[in-house]
Design a protein around this ligand. Structure first.
Ligand code: ADP
Ligand code: MG
Length: 245
């Protein structure tokens, strides 16, 4: 059954104060067309430091396009605003994108050398529950383990902003729920701003503090998930939020 996690409010308060006046994302009037068809049509997006935001939208609504723009990976998007410095942005995709010819720890370190980097990499792997798998090859990992490794790889960079494009979309339902608990715990511990793209309404409500819906090229709905926050798929509060989406 899904495990509820309790937010650590004392840690969050101090982390939030430190970066309170530095929003992670502040974008205005983003537009992006493909072959003359507007996919993004004037998106305004603000993400305060430390906020966990989920982005919903039907398939083809432009979620990945928006995420790529936020990540600074799309040079043809038009608009204004700013992101956190690119070095402090980590992106996680639906597939882990681990390099098959590198062991798990080397994937997490990706070029960083030395004892200290290795120690941080091991620590990140332990945090995602992969202690003891440092020397495994990516093809020896299950889908869930590979996504854990991908999360460790993003964590080790201490991102201010974590962007995730359907990171659990390819996992089975039970593994997905474990990953929800893990992601929420990591967020509570490190407090990055998060923009999580998903098409799973319940996932969005359970994980995020704010749910955005992309429709017709804009943010059509911006819903705050208040406290008490539904923390499992069995929470009756979930249904109340679902009705508001
Ligand atoms: P979502 O992630 O919400 O499913 P996408 O952002 O991937 O949607 O795509 C939105 C629309 O933009 C789709 O119609 C898709 O076909 C189109 N699109 C995305 N990327 C490209 C591209 N590189 N070239 C042409 N069309 C694209
Ligand atoms: Mg997509």
């Amino acid at each position: 059954s899904p495990k509820a996690t309790t937010p650590d409010t004392s840690a969050s308060a101090s982390a939030a104060t430190a970066v309170a006046d530095r929003p992670a994302v502040q974008l205005r009037a983003l537009t992006r067309s493909f072959d003359g068809r507007k996919v993004l049509d004037g998106v305004d997006l603000d993400i305060p430091a430390g906020q966990f935001v989920a982005l919903l939208g039907h398939s083809g609504s432009g979620k990945s396009t928006l995420l790529r723009a936020v990540a600074g990976l799309d040079h043809e998007v038009v608009g204004s605003g700013r992101l956190a410095a690119p070095s402090r942005v980590s992106v996680v995709f639906q597939d882990s994108r681990l390099l098959p010819w590198r062991r798990v720890l080397d994937n997490v370190l990706l070029g960083a050398e030395g004892r200290e980097a290795a120690a941080r990499g091991r620590e990140a792997l332990a945090e995602v529950g992969l202690k003891g798998r440092e020397r495994a090859w990516p093809n020896e990992l299950s889908g869930g383990e590979a996504q854990r490794a991908a999360l460790a790889r993003s964590l080790v960079r201490e991102p201010e902003l974590l962007l995730a494009d359907e990171p659990f979309g390819a996992l089975d339902a039970l593994t997905r729920i474990k990953m929800h608990t893990l992601l929420r715990q990591l967020w509570e511990r490190h407090r990055p701003s998060v923009l999580l793209v998903t098409h799973d309404v319940d996932e969005a409500i359970v994980l995020a503090d704010r749910v955005l819906v992309l429709e017709e090229g804009r943010i059509g709905l911006d819903l705050t998930i208040d406290r008490p926050h539904p923390r499992s798929y069995r929470d009756p509060l979930l249904g109340e939020y679902r009705e508001r989406l």
